[in-house]
Design a protein around this ligand. Structure first.
Ligand SMILES: [Zn+2]
Length: 115
């Protein structure tokens, strides 16, 4: 049987105060964070919240940041997403953690393309 494994990074998404000339106006708190492991979001027990608008800002990037990219790809280096509120100095840092191995057959019933 063909090896159908693939790898994804675990991600940590964390609030940072990137532009200190502007206040954090969205009630984010520096250090608020969550993890994305495979297809699951995990929130810390001690602070299980992350702003809805903040989530909207980072969601488009998470699937790309989970996947290995070329060293020269900007997705490999750029890791902070600005807050959607132009008056807010907050940003959301996406950090790649360990890679985990998954299997195609555990995620879909679609056939692999020919090798
Ligand atoms: Zn904000």
């Amino acid at each position: 049987m063909e090896d159908d494994s693939f790898e994804l990074y675990d991600l940590k998404v964390e609030v940072v105060h990137r532009d200190t000339s502007r206040p954090m106006v969205c009630r984010h708190q520096v250090g608020d964070h969550f993890y994305l492991r495979g297809g699951n979001l995990e929130f810390p027990v001690e602070r299980p919240r992350f702003g809805y608008y903040a989530m909207l800002a980072v969601l488009p990037f998470l699937m790309a940041k989970q996947r290995p990219t070329q060293r020269t790809d900007w997705m490999s280096t750029d890791a902070e997403i600005g807050c959607t509120d132009p008056n807010c100095g907050g940003a959301f840092r996406i950090t790649r953690l360990d890679k985990q191995t998954y299997r195609h057959s555990e995620y879909t019933k679609e056939a692999l393309p020919p090798a």
